[in-house]
Design a protein around this ligand. Structure first.
Ligand code: SDX
Length: 422
């Protein structure tokens, strides 16, 4: 690959050009400051690659998403969520024997240390589940001391996240917690832990189990998004996988990132309350004097369509029909999408529905309350965060992340005695 040439003043510098598996190209600036005394400037890192990764490939122009080379459409229609976890973390779809052992270990480790349950007693019922989850994940090492076994940590994180989410929900209702059953799948166990009660047993239908599996698989990884980059940043200091993932959960909670799925439902509900005011909300999204954004629309990488949104939209129709649910918010979402995609503002800016636009409709259909949508996103993204943390820590070349800046503050000035300060 021919080097890039950078001319600064009278000097011309050569910079290597790197090529990825899918012919993506990158100018390697890792020696730029040493060679030229300059740094690059790229707020939001929209043009900056932070690492080489073998985990997920996204082509934003062609709407391609692959985990370890497998198309998301194939994984969504044929894999289980535990298989996708194993694939992302270990770069291998488990064979029959491996899958049985993996599934058994995930179920065995789904129980949460009984002393941790006391924690939940002291969160107010109004605590946001993302705050609770981030705190409880960070607390796990206190109850499960480090055995220097990353594979055990990985199983614990995957298995206990599901339990912590369900426990947080039960505690917010003041209901007794439900323990996992060894003969249930990952998703069936979760739904049972969420919705079973002493008054009535809960058995999820195949439709419900498949819908949740789809949601978890579609959220499982998305390369260097805000929360995954956070996990890699925190992990680069050699912080534990628990501390790194807890930081990722906090990053995901933001309304511009994972918090958007909750905001989408609240937006659709507001439109419904106002008699289907889709035009009003589209006008607000376009108004530069209004901070409102059309939640669930737009993406830093996808500039044609988010393949996950397409799969979720299709699943919404099927699941709601099979569950005999007539959700007016689905119709409002479709009207909003149709109106926006005809509007030049959205078309010119290549703003399309993203993964969050339809996911909330499915979560609602499964009975999951709106304030838990983002923890569901976190549960799905857990294998991706772990995979990236492990990839980074397994790479001996990885250094602590420490970006540079352009200082634009005050020049040097003398220290004023208190008497001279205005
Ligand atoms: C996720 O990175 C990932 O992979 C994330 C994710 C994952 O799986 O991890 O895919 C999950 O976070 C999906 C995104 C969820 N967030 C939302 O739905 C919130 C609404 N969307 C926007 O906030 C926004 O589109 C972002 C945050 C998703 C992307 O922001 P960018 O890439 O920084 O884009 P931008 O803000 O620079 O927007 C470019 C233009 C601007 O207008 P102009 O200044 O050019 O006039 O598009 C406008 C923006 O104002 N714009 C929107 C808009 N999104 C962008 N205008 C109205 N409504 C929107 N939703």
């Amino acid at each position: 690959m021919q080097n890039a040439k950078l001319t600064l003043g009278e000097q011309t510098f050569e910079l290597p050009v790197l090529e990825g598996t899918e012919k993506e190209l990158a100018v390697d600036i890792s020696a730029l400051r040493t060679k030229t005394g300059h740094i690059t400037f790229d707020p939001g890192y929209g043009n900056t690659g932070s690492c080489k990764s073998e985990i997920t490939f996204i082509d934003g122009e062609r709407g391609i998403l692959r985990y370890r080379g497998y198309d998301i459409e194939d994984l969504a229609s044929q894999a289980t969520f535990p298989e996708v976890c194993h694939l992302l973390i270990y770069d291998k779809l488990p064979n029959r024997e491996e899958r049985a052992v993996w599934r058994k270990r995930l179920t065995q480790h789904s129980f949460v240390h009984e002393s941790m349950l006391n924690f939940f007693e002291h969160f107010p019922p109004t605590a946001h589940p993302m705050d609770v989850l981030s705190a409880m994940i960070a607390a796990l090492p206190a109850f499960y001391p480090d055995e220097n076994d990353i594979h055990l940590d990985i199983i614990r994180l995957l298995a206990k996240t599901k339990a912590l989410v369900a426990i947080a929900y039960k505690k917010s209702l003041g209901e007794p917690i439900v323990y996992p059953k060894t003969d249930h799948s990952y998703t069936a166990n979760f739904l049972r832990m969420m919705f079973a009660s002493p008054a009535e047993p809960y058995v999820c239908s195949k439709t419900q189990e498949d819908a949740l599996t789809l949601l978890l698989i579609l959220h499982a990884d998305h390369e260097q998004n805000c929360s995954t980059s956070t996990v890699r940043m925190v992990g680069s200091s050699h912080a534990s996988v628990y501390a790194s993932v807890s930081a990722g959960i906090s990053a995901l909670s933001g309304p511009l990132h994972g918090g958007a799925n909750q905001e989408v439902l609240e937006m659709l509900e507001a439109i419904r309350q106002e008699g289907g005011a889709t035009k009003k909300y589209i006008a607000r999204a376009k108004d530069k004097n209004d901070p409102f954004k059309l939640m669930g629309f737009g993406h830093r990488v996808y500039k044609n369509f988010d393949p996950r949104a397409k799969l979720l939209k299709k699943s919404c129709d099927a699941v709601l029909a099979e569950l005999h649910i007539d959700d007016p918010l689905l119709e409002i979402a479709k009207e909003l999408e149709e109106a926006a995609l005809k509007d030049s503002y959205f078309v010119e800016r290549k703003l399309f529905p993203n993964v969050d636009f339809y996911s909330g409709i499915l979560y609602r259909a499964l009975g999951i309350p709106t304030n838990m949508f983002t923890v569901m996103f976190a549960m799905g993204r857990m294998p991706g965060w772990i995979a990236h943390w492990k990839e980074m820590r397994d790479n001996p070349q990885e250094r602590i992340h420490r970006p540079r800046q352009l200082y634009v503050g005050n020049p040097q000035r003398p220290f004023p005695p208190i008497a001279e300060r205005k």
